[in-house]
Design a protein around this ligand. Sequence first.
Ligand SMILES: Nc1ncnc2c1ncn2[C@@H]1O[C@H](COP(=O)(O)OP(=O)(O)OP(=O)(O)O)[C@@H](O)[C@H]1O
Length: 236
Amino acid sequence: MAEPLLIVEGLRCGYGEAVVLSDVSFTLGGGESLALLGRNGTGKTTLIDTLVGTTKRHAGSIRLGGRDLHSLPVHQRAAAGIGWVPQERNIFRSLTVHENLTAVARPGAWTPARVYELFPRLAERKQNLGNQLSGGEQQMLAFGRALVLNPRLLLLDEPLEGLAPLIVEELLRAIRRVAREEGLSSILVEQHPHMVLPVTDQTIVLDRGSIAFRSASEPLVIDPRPLDAWLGVAGH
Ligand SMILES: Nc1ncnc2c1ncn2[C@@H]1O[C@H](COP(=O)(O)OP(=O)(O)OP(=O)(O)O)[C@@H](O)[C@H]1O
């Protein structure tokens, strides 16, 4: 049987000497998407940042597409296929939308033209500067920038946070298309499970730096109660 696309084993990491995540292990198959849930401060961003390579790793391994990534610096992990949309939406604010996309594009299925098709709003604002965009448009652009890098694994850290309901719907449609229809393997960090369960295959919940719960996403769409203990009923 083929090896899963991503294999994370015994990961122990944090910032400086402070250990935030202890003994985190999971796998993700090619074309699968994962919802990474958990209350505030449980280590979701730390896990994403550890895959990207910006935290301190004390132990454990990260393997993507048969290649060990855990000892590589950030830029080599990106070249190996890690695409990242950080919480703070890293776009070039002084470049136009179009320049943002063309400056980083790498050969592959995702081109700036396909990003415009995914987000017609960005096509309309092609010549606007990054700093002239709304928060939602900036998130779309950050997402588009990660796509044109043509990653093997896309990491989205709370992409829906603080956005208006209509924009959230537009982004969820795009995430569904990219993750489910196009089969780009993705990890999606969220605090509200009802948003992301329907667009993911697997779910992991972090609590105090460990995986407290894991399940296929589909049964949780029908009955999210198993999540209550970790997220609280307010999460539904
Ligand atoms: N740069 C940092 N230096 C030291 N500690 C940090 C740093 N970033 C986060 N932490 C600590 O790591 C723990 C986990 O934080 P993390 O941001 O990973 O949680 P999270 O689940 O993503 O939370 P949120 O949903 O609020 O974004 C917290 O206790 C936090 O204080």
